[in-house]
Ligand binder design. Structure first.
Ligand code: 5GP
Length: 185
């Protein structure tokens, strides 16, 4: 069976299909366009998961913008953030005085982004905000940062697709789905 044409056998259920994703991205693009029309916008995506969302979001924003990428690696268990982050690839661009918007695929504890925001803030951008496609904001659990733009809320399950992987697989699924627990346990 093809990897992407139907629901993948390792996926328990589809949470957000292509059509839903497209309408979410369109809405976020409109919000960002409205807020950044007279600014100096730089979108920064965190590799590799945010690449798919970045590609869609940048085309939904109708103001001049630049893009750049960072890669970080978290220590320890990939399914659970430790907040201890190492920069594997830094920005190519100087962000001093510019309006930075970090583009993220999924926000869980927020520890990864908290570290990144602190690091990027030290480079003196004019502003720094976060746009996340998914937010696992579960009751009783407070994220370490507060994203300005949120695509949609996500249940506390391990999700894949639309850029999100497990062991580097499933990034190419055009939808977001819950991975069957037996695949990763
Ligand atoms: P945080 O630091 O907010 O807890 O974790 C954020 C990062 O953990 C995301 O950028 C992503 O790489 C990974 N992550 C968190 N939850 C999931 C999930 O459900 N599925 C996948 N594939 N990655 C996740």
């Amino acid at each position: 069976m093809s990897e992407t044409s139907m629901q993948h056998p390792d996926v328990e259920s589809v949470l957000f299909d292509e059509e839903t994703i497209a309408s979410i991205v369109k809405r976020m693009g409109e919000e960002i366009t409205r807020d950044y029309h007279d600014r100096d916008l730089v979108l920064i995506a965190v590799l590799r998961g945010a690449v798919v969302f970045m590609g869609d979001l940048m085309r939904a924003i109708d103001v001049p913008l630049a893009i750049d990428f960072m890669a970080v690696s978290s220590y320890g268990d990939k399914a659970k953030s430790s907040g201890v982050v190492r920069i594997v690839k830094d920005l190519d661009m100087d962000i001093k005085g510019r309006d930075v918007l970090i583009v993220e695929d999924i926000l869980d504890s927020g520890l990864t982004l908290k570290y990144l925001m602190k690091n990027l803030s030290s480079r003196k951008p004019a502003s720094i905000e976060v746009a996340t496609f998914l937010w696992k904001d579960i009751e009783g659990k407070q994220a370490a940062i507060n994203p300005k733009y949120v695509g949609t809320h996500c249940p506390d399950a391990f999700v894949v697709g639309y850029g999100l992987d497990f062991a580097e697989r499933y990034r190419n699924l055009p939808y977001v789905g819950i991975l069957k627990p037996e695949v990763y346990s």
